[in-house]
Design a protein around this ligand. Sequence first.
Ligand code: DGT
Ligand code: CA
Ligand code: CA
Length: 567
Amino acid sequence: MSNREIAAYFKTLADLLEIKGDNPFRIRAYRNAARTIETSGYDFVHLVQEGEDLSKLPDIGERIAQKITEIVTTGKLGKLEKLKKEFPPGILDLLRIEGIGPKRARILYEALGIGSLEDLKKAAEAGKIRELPGFSEKLEAKILKGVSLYKKEGIRFLYADAEPRARDLEAYLRRCDAIDRITIAGSFRRRKETVGDLDILITSDDPLGAMDHFTAYPVIKEIVSKGPTRSTVILENNLQVDLRRVDNRSYGAALHYFTGSKAHNIAIRKMAQERGWKVNEYGVYDGKMLPIAGEDEAGIYRLFGMEYIEPELREDRGELEAAREGRLPTLVDPEEIRGDLHCYSDFGLGRDSCEALVKKALDLGYAYLAITDRLDHLTCAHGRKCAPLEEYLETLDTLQKRYSDLTILKGAEVPIDEEGRLLDGGAELERFDLVIASADESLGLDREEQTRRHLAALAHPAVKILAHPSGRIISRRNAFDMDLRRIIEAAVEHRVLLEIDARPERLDLNDAHILQAHKLGARFALGSVAAGADEMERIHYGLYQARRGWLQSEDLANTWKIEHLLN
Ligand code: DGT
Ligand code: CA
Ligand code: CA
């Protein structure tokens, strides 16, 4: 169990208590504990197993320590189970909708008895929500949009939420003597931003032993089916896992088939038919049904006279033609990343000092790091201790002197107002090495206004990167209504890099937009958008998205030398 998963229990507990109207101090204590656990460098499962005294850690008291132990050892939290029973089962789904937090969920539940997305949709359609305290007609419309978006995309897991669980399960399966080879296939192998379920392939000479081991995995909620060639289970976090046992001589064909995507498979099958062959999950067969490939995956592509196609590209978006013609991209590799171009320190939204970020960048082997606090947090705009801007710039200069192995870029994220002006708060933007323009959602703007606002900002000479360009949040918020093509063209013209925001719920631009923008000549920049040193590690989620968008190192600024980047 990962720290993130353990923290999720406390977040859910806090959410439900808040909907219930419980003591705010207790709620805050659980939220703080969740944050400590999630951002801790320690592995909590390990701490529990070693019998460490957890209550020595910040924000972890005696009782929270007990709860962590309960979660780690049983996979459950009794208090949470009990609390869940006090509400309709769909109540937590409300929180997945953009614009609804626990406070508003409480109002919806108390005033109108809304306990599911179905209830929410009905009430919004009937115009009942706008009247509630703290709501409005606009918010009601946004909620309605949010519900339909959520329903359309279904209940999928963010890749980043599935990944720790998948890796743990994989490691668990590897410990079994009855299991030989293991691969997690499906959308997970293609590193899609969300996954519906996990598809695992194994080989085994002892199928019953292998399946017994699988179904004994500690955090299973339900065994849906169990058999010698296939078993399906549902984990405590509702993630479904299909495990299939295949023969060694079919392993490559099965891997290919179950990696997908379905569209890619169908395109391959068509190519086979044109040659009078047949492809399925057992192998490739000639006209006389004799096997001609199947043991290894690369062999299947070779058989068709193609280069090996990386799983990230298998979406039937032209990869088969490219592979046939030998012009597949050399996808950008994690080792090529030289730096992070978007993160926050405790001068702004971040939790950690600039120095902590610098140290982390060195740990990650980076050559450079841009610290990019929001300019409105650095100038007087937020009623904070007035204008830490000078101190920010000085701090970064001082750190640069102390840490000569890393180039520290003095960055700023600058909000774009509704007209497309950069909110510079009176600061001179030339004082920064790197300016990131960032548009928040502006509900009032129509398509043309939203587009123009972006075009105006892109024309500003100081702007180097456009943050999270589409504005979407996975399963929560659609992309801004604007002409993205024109915005991409303007970015190309003004040599502004388009960001790939690596936050797991953002991953913005997405793969399809990256492909489109790349064809139009755009270049890209990855940012972890970390609010703490530990979050800088999540840059790889953005890298996966870049790979799904066919990017090579020359397309991605983070792989460039600093001189090239700055000019
Ligand atoms: P997911 O789970 O919704 O995130 O997406 P996938 O791609 O993992 O899809 P899933 O789990 O339904 O099936 C795994 C793979 O099996 C899929 O990527 C391709 C293959 N597959 C499933 N159904 C079909 C089908 O009807 N035809 C073909 N050719 N392949 C299929
Ligand atoms: Ca799947
Ligand atoms: Ca599946």
